[in-house]
Design a protein around this ligand. Sequence first.
Ligand code: AHG
Ligand code: MN
Ligand code: MN
Ligand code: MN
Length: 336
Amino acid sequence: MPEVTVTEHLLLHQKRSPAATGQFTTLLNDLILSAKIIARSVNKAGLLDVLGGTGEVNVQGENVQKLDEFANRVLIYRMERSGALCAMGSEENADVIRVSEKLTRGDYILIFDPLDGSSNIDVNINVGTIFSILRRKSPSGDDATMEDVLQSGTEQVAAGYILYGPSTMLVYSTGQGVHGFTLDPTVGEFLLSHPDIRIPERGKIYSVNESYWHYWDEATREAVGYFKGTDNERGKPYSLRYVGSLVADFHRTLLYGGIFMYPMDQRDPQKPQGKLRLQCEASPLAFLAEQAGGLATDGTGRILDIRPQVLHERVPLFIGSRRDVQAVTDIYTRHA
Ligand code: AHG
Ligand code: MN
Ligand code: MN
Ligand code: MN
């Protein structure tokens, strides 16, 4: 198969979606350049001074890793100058970043988790970048408003992730299916490797941090128990796989099927809604899951229907194969 780059694929293989405007193509290309710069540092992390913590704590209450900080800086610097954005939201920044009027502003908003899976950096386990792209609602040229940023997942123009691992992959959708590209370092391009990814109807793997069992409610214990036991559609237990990097756990779920769960828990009264962030983690991955034929719920409702009230809103997440996620929502509905 001849090599197909992301730009060719966007222009040639996607129906003329609103996303395929010149501004969007520029946005995507600058995002890809940022990813290549981040990948270069991730792949050499042990040789550069990017391992370990910065000593700072971010708005999430987490210790910021040097690679979190580096990836965040690369994305903000480069994407602010793409000419396609009016605002950005980052997991690492407490407030919305409005593109300065000294720079060319565009009609899109980029919300991102610059580096997902920080706890795995120092032990060389997969990390990733997650992104969500919205179109502004307010008039072009004006300062972006909070309404431009706080949009529900159904409003996303595109979403995806870069997975830094044995190979560096870009997986994204503009609403016409989910497509995977693998970075060929000898060419310096992401080339189409996984066209039209479809998530299996039902899987054989469940993915959850079971150490929180004590902090879960009855419905959650029953939902997780469904996959550990034999009283399920398979008639036998699912395998447990848990990397601790959402992007890696999701990528495996997307390709192999099954379910990833991060339920609400009572560990930290400050974060009663679980740990994962709606706009820079759950919503972009929910967009991909649904585009690939899967589902994503907070236990009772569709993730994409949730309209964020604040930028760093947290949400419980159950995402993956349609029948496996359906089994969970049936259990929560019975407990409601
Ligand atoms: P981040 O590194 O961007 O803060 O995200 C970490 C998240 C996610 O990657 C993963 O699924 C989850 O943290 C793991 O949390 P636990 O350690 O509580 O299982
Ligand atoms: Mn973090
Ligand atoms: Mn994350
Ligand atoms: Mn992160």
